[in-house]
Design a protein around this ligand. Structure first.
Ligand code: BES
Ligand code: ZN
Ligand code: ZN
Length: 492
């Protein structure tokens, strides 16, 4: 999709899009449009209120004209969603060359420095909307895609070019990691993840170090090895690193993403919804995506991403409930439930990251517990942190990006049931209560008292029902959230 900013539209556009807010003065502008397009004013007033994602179609001078509602407020994710919606639902309908008019009166009154912001979100939404979920169909439905987009704006400076670049590149990475999640386990193992990372690192010029089973063994990542014991595919320990070009002493951000490529539950085999568990690498997708984008845009942070990758399967060699395993940290773990595998591999990865990189800020993302889904549904990730400032920053990033987080408690009491008589800690307290908080406390035991740690349980939000497919699909949750978080952060 070729996207450019223009001072005037080309004459070959088949579609003109006029985005509009449901704000004061809407009707004044509609009455001008009603004259231009010859639509009776009352009909237009009654048929178009500029509600979010509302589309009014008319035809003029051999072109389609779409009025696109953006709702009441100027919100990042609402603009993205409206344009993604437009782009998604025009597939197959011969929309090839579209123009977007950002010069109408509402945009005239909007501060000029918001125009790059709009441009980025519009671009991002349009590209995301073209995502094609038909990954493994033998006969794909023909989709006539948008070929070119012209954005008409008052301002055509470099900032706008950068915004287009950023919106597009972010969307490309988002769709890439969505595919990683949407692919089934038959087409996605730790080895395929490794291939993806190698290709991405080479293309976008960032560092990737991938430990094979022998190195993982030598390093003593015992918890990862334990989960991998039931698998026919060896594990991978993936470390990706973005080192900015301006290599002053910038903040170091450590990211860890749960990379369980398929979670059967192990010997505590799942009895419900196992087919959803190809999505148990939503944390990995968010981390790998964020590092890829950081490299593409050369963000001013030193970012280290770690993904422990394996599936969790059933085999004679699988770990058994009651087994005691070692971990990288040296703590022994009594495995009460083999389905609480995520926290085991995360424990090793978090401990490795802290000990070897000592980041200023440590964030993990993991599809960790059903408990977080039961608490917050599909609308927000559960956030756990003891750091008030980070809690506020992350919360605000969630509000702005629409990838919402809601803080849950991490009080000591929730760790009480993790006591083990024979080992240092249990991986599960054997009660059905407050499971997300308990998992967070488990992880906290492996971060060496790091003072700026945030754990995000994204089980409900990484893969879910959306308007863009008939069943649950990947959302790329975490990428926009972390991008916003990094943009707000002081670099030193
Ligand atoms: N991958 C699951 C959590 C999950 C649930 C992700 C729903 C996405 C949607 C995790 O490994 C798991 O099985 N957790 C168990 C832990 C329990 C055995 C302590 C759970 O939440 O039931
Ligand atoms: Zn599990
Ligand atoms: Zn899992």
């Amino acid at each position: 999709m070729n996207i450019k900013i223009t001072e005037g539209f080309s004459n070959y556009l088949d579609t003109l899009v006029i985005p509009m807010f449901n704000q004061k003065g809407l009707n004044d502008w509609l009455s001008i449009l009603s004259e231009i397009f010859g639509i009776p004013e009352e009909l237009l007033f009654s048929d178009f209120k500029a509600n979010h994602k509302e589309i009014f179609t008319t035809y003029s001078n051999g072109q389609r004209v779409l009025l696109l509602g953006l709702g009441k407020e100027i919100k990042q994710n609402e603009i993205i969603l409206a344009f993604r919606y437009l782009s998604h639902f025009t597939k197959g309908k011969n929309f090839e060359h579209i123009g977007i008019d950002l010069t109408n009166f509402q945009f005239e009154n909007i501060e000029n420095d918001l125009i790059p912001f709009f441009t980025e979100m519009i671009t991002n939404g349009l590209v995301l909307g073209q995502y094609d979920i038909q990954l493994l169909k033998s006969k794909k439905k023909e989709n006539i895609n948008i070929k070119s987009v012209e954005i008409l704006a008052f301002n055509q400076d470099q900032q706008i070019q950068d915004a287009i670049h950023q919106g597009k590149e972010t969307a490309h990475t988002q769709t890439e990691v969505m595919t990683l999640l949407n692919l089934p386990a038959s087409h996605k193992t730790a080895l395929e993840l490794e291939d993806w990372v190698k290709k991405s690192a080479k293309k976008h010029n960032y560092k990737a170090e991938i430990f094979l089973k022998e190195e993982i063994t030598k390093l003593g990542l015992h918890a990862l090895l334990a989960v991998n014991r039931g698998s026919e595919i060896p594990p991978r320990f993936i470390i990706v690193e973005h080192i900015p070009n301006s290599s002053q002493s910038l903040k170091t951000i450590g990211l860890v993403g749960k990379g369980v490529t398929y979670d059967t539950g192990g010997l505590n085999i799942k009895t419900q919804g196992m087919h959803f568990m190809k999505s148990d690498m939503g944390g990995a997708a968010a981390v790998l995506g964020t590092v890829e984008i950081a490299a593409k845009l050369d963000l001013p942070f030193h970012i280290i991403g770690i993904v422990p990758a394996t599936d969790n399967c059933v085999d004679a060699k699988s770990i058994k409930p009651g087994d005691v395993i070692d971990s990288y940290s040296g703590l022994s773990i009594e495995v009460m439930d083999t389905d609480a595998e995520g926290r085991l591999i995360m424990a090793d990865a978090l401990n490795y990251l802290v000990k070897n990189y000592n980041p200023d800020i440590l964030i993990d993302l993991a599809t960790l517990t059903g408990s977080s889904v039961r608490t917050l549904g599909y609308h927000a990730a559960a956030m756990f942190t003891q750091n008030e400032e980070l809690a506020t920053q992350m919360f605000l990033s969630g509000q702005r990006s629409g990838e919402k987080v809601w803080r849950l408690p991490m009080w000591d009491e929730y760790g009480k049931n993790l006591h083990s008589d024979i080992a240092d800690i249990r991986n599960y307290g054997l009660t059905p209560l407050a499971g997300a908080s308990e998992a967070a406390i488990f992880l906290e035991n492996f971060i060496e008292n790091h003072q700026a740690y945030v754990h995000l349980d994204i089980a409900g939000v990484a893969y879910k029902d959306t308007e863009f497919a008939k069943h649950k699909i990947a959302t790329s949750f975490g990428i926009r959230l972390l991008m916003d978080f990094l943009q707000q952060l002081e670099t030193k």
